[in-house]
Design a protein around this ligand. Structure first.
Ligand SMILES: [Zn+2]
Length: 348
């Protein structure tokens, strides 16, 4: 992974995507720091798209070292505790877990993301490990006790930015409500997977006041309208869904007015390459008869949406990064770079 090194100095013009808005700009990068000037760029300089604070909205980093055979079902692969992934994780020693996390963190940065929101397995210890391994991670922990344990949840919330749960089908409703209440009281992020394998009760899910939900592959239009009404964004993970033979009805989500963000989900299924993931989302949307849309712009949207949804929270997106997405066929950035990378924003 190469992104840790500062890019050479360069000037490029193109479109700046920030909090869902897009406008022309020129970027001056010196000593690895970018200065942004909005307005029409000069002609003849390299072209790129620039995304402010690009957030990978859903990841599981610890299984980055697992190679999975094609065609496993959701239950066989990710259902706790017997799915292949959970057997793999419980068989790893601490150093190997950390190694996966560090490698994932570097990969995420090398693909240009400012930050990634990780649904962290392994209770309090799992959260601690990732905190040690990554500055970019927004950590949503998961309790391991079978019964609601206020002390365990409080401990997780001290280290993590919130809690991310598997799904309402995997757990007792009273337990989930108790966790959601504790997260709300602590003013942190509560999020949950929703309607991935089967349709789930959206009224119950929304009653938990989640900051966002993940997947909604099996949701009905009515479920989506309710999310839009409650202003709860949906994180879509196209590659992961595709592995399981699923497809989120992205066009319906957009038609119903839901804010969507993009995540790369399990590290074992695909690289944390958000720009490629956004292209897949555009392809799926086109296949569903949706209008072509500015998916790169969408990548700039989530950090502001998340902060809006959770304005009481204490955590902050590890911001201040600009993701540079070189124009196709344009190899005139330093070193002929044509893959996305990130630079720190100095001023604007
Ligand atoms: Zn997930």
């Amino acid at each position: 992974m190469t992104s840790a090194r500062a890019p050479e100095d360069f000037i490029a013009g193109g479109i700046l995507h920030d909090s869902g808005r897009s406008e022309p700009c020129t970027i001056y990068v010196k000593d690895g720091l970018a200065t942004i000037e909005t307005g029409e760029p000069e002609r003849g300089i390299p072209y790129a798209d620039f995304i402010v604070d690009m957030v990978n909205a859903h990841t599981h980093c610890a299984d980055y070292g697992l190679k999975v055979p094609p065609g496993l079902s959701l239950e066989k692969l990710v259902a706790p505790p017997e799915g292949l992934k959970h057997r793999y994780l419980s068989g790893l020693d601490q150093e190997s877990l950390k190694d996966n996390m560090v490698r994932f963190d570097r990969a995420s940065a090398s693909y240009g993301a400012a930050s990634f929101i990780d649904f962290r397995e392994g209770g309090l210890q799992g959260c601690r490990l990732l905190r040690e391994c990554s500055e970019d991670a927004i950590i949503l922990g998961r309790p391991i006790s079978k019964e609601f344990d206020p002390e365990e949840v409080a401990g997780i919330l001290e280290v993590a930015d919130g809690i991310g749960l598997p799904s309402i089908s995997d757990m007792d409703h009273g337990y989930i409500e108790a966790v959601a209440d504790a997260v709300r009281d602590s003013r942190k992020i509560f999020a949950i997977h929703a309607s991935e394998r089967i349709r789930e009760d959206i009224d119950f899910i929304l009653s938990l006041d989640p900051a966002f939900v993940v997947h909604m592959c099996e949701a009905t239009r009515d479920d989506m309208d309710k999310c839009a009404e409650a202003e709860v964004p949906v994180v879509v993970c196209p590659s992961s869904n595709r592995y399981f033979g699923k497809e989120t009805p992205i066009r319906d989500l957009l038609d119903s007015g839901v804010d969507i963000a993009i995540g790369t989900d399990n590290g074992m299924l695909c690289e944390p390459d958000l720009v490629t993931e956004s292209k897949l989302l555009a392809d799926i949307l086109a296949g569903q008869g949706g209008a072509p849309e500015d998916t790169l712009g969408r990548l700039s949207n989530f950090s502001s949406k998340l902060l809006y949804r959770t304005k009481r929270i204490k955590c902050k997106v590890n911001g201040g990064y600009l993701t540079v997405v070189p124009g196709e066929g344009d190899a005139t950035l330093p070193g002929g770079r044509n893959a996305p990378f990130r630079v720190r924003i100095e001023s604007r």
